[in-house]
Design a protein around this ligand. Structure first.
Ligand SMILES: [Fe+2]
Ligand SMILES: [Fe+2]
Length: 287
């Protein structure tokens, strides 16, 4: 992997009024690249959402500790246990003695299989909520995902939606906001990534997927956070419309199967796994 294809930590950004983005960009040769985001809320009970790539460990921790004294961190919300979301979990837990890990029963089990410390897990099954003083994070299952333990959330105070891997997009270069991206570029990149990360969309029940997308629209989030998309501050409807047109109303997208291998190879280099393992991580353990 050449130097220019290494993942890069980018400058921390604000996302709406209440959240910060700790963004990174993973180049994927021949395909542009993919945002790898974590998020931080610095309220009375600070929450970190996901923990970035292990390959960016020092620079990720530097960016995080520039925003918060980790001894103040109370929660680490794990969207799921893929390597691009839990890469620095152990290092952060060492520096954040008061932090507890929010995940589902399956997420805890997969943490155990990975040899991670589960003694500080706070189990949160769908239907429960995480109360944080001035707000609740209401867990929700995003419309598509690559690991069955995936937990997104809706922040009831800021009306911020965290969609985990949903709405990720392959992009030609990093961006701070989806407003910087041409509509056609965003649509093509979003559809391509969804086909790679959730290939089961091709055989999903279109009506059920449509209902899930409309459900997000009814939430009317002001800001959408995705692990793999720049911040979307214009709400969710542009994104749901792109997913709907790709997967609910026509034939498959015809994504080249070679694209999955290309992404797996680049991701494997970034997280230190052989291509086969990275491909398994990309497509999730449920398949
Ligand atoms: Fe994932
Ligand atoms: Fe991911």
């Amino acid at each position: 992997m050449s130097h220019e294809n290494n993942p890069t930590m980018l400058h921390t950004l604000e996302a709406g009024s209440d959240w910060h983005v700790l963004p990174a960009f993973l180049p994927l040769p021949g395909m542009g690249g993919l945002a790898i985001n974590a998020f931080l809320h610095k309220g009375s009970e600070p929450v970190l959402v996901d923990t970035g790539l292990a390959a960016l460990g020092d620079s990720f921790l530097d960016a995080l500790e520039a925003e918060i004294d980790l001894t103040d961190l109370r929660w680490i919300w794990l969207s799921h246990t893929d390597a691009d979301h839990i890469g620095n979990l152990s290092r952060i837990l060492e520096r954040a003695p008061k932090a507890r890990v929010v995940t589902s029963f399956l997420g805890m089990g997969k943490m155990g299989l990975l040899g991670l410390d589960v003694s500080r897990v706070h189990l949160l099954e769908p239907g429960a909520r995480l109360t944080l003083g001035d707000r609740e994070l209401v867990p929700l299952r995003p419309p598509y995902y690559d690991a069955p333990e995936t937990l997104g959330f809706f922040d009831t105070r800021s009306r911020t939606l965290f969609a985990a891997d949903s709405f990720g997009a392959l992009l030609p270069q990093p961006a701070g906001s989806v407003r910087e991206i041409a509509t056609s570029t965003l649509r093509d990149g979003l559809v391509a990534w969804s086909a790679i990360d959730a290939p089961w969309l091709a055989t999903a029940d279109r009506a059920a997927l449509g209902r899930a997308l409309h459900g997000l629209e009814r939430l009317a989030p002001t800001t959408v956070l995705s692990g793999h998309l720049p911040v979307a501050e214009g709400g969710v409807e542009e994104l749901t419309a792109m997913v709907h047109s790709a997967w609910c109303s026509g034939p498959g997208t015809g994504i080249d199967p070679q694209a999955i291998e290309t992404v797996a190879e680049a991701l494997g280099d970034a997280i230190g796994l052989p291509t086969q393992s990275a491909a398994a991580s990309l497509v999730g353990s449920s398949r």
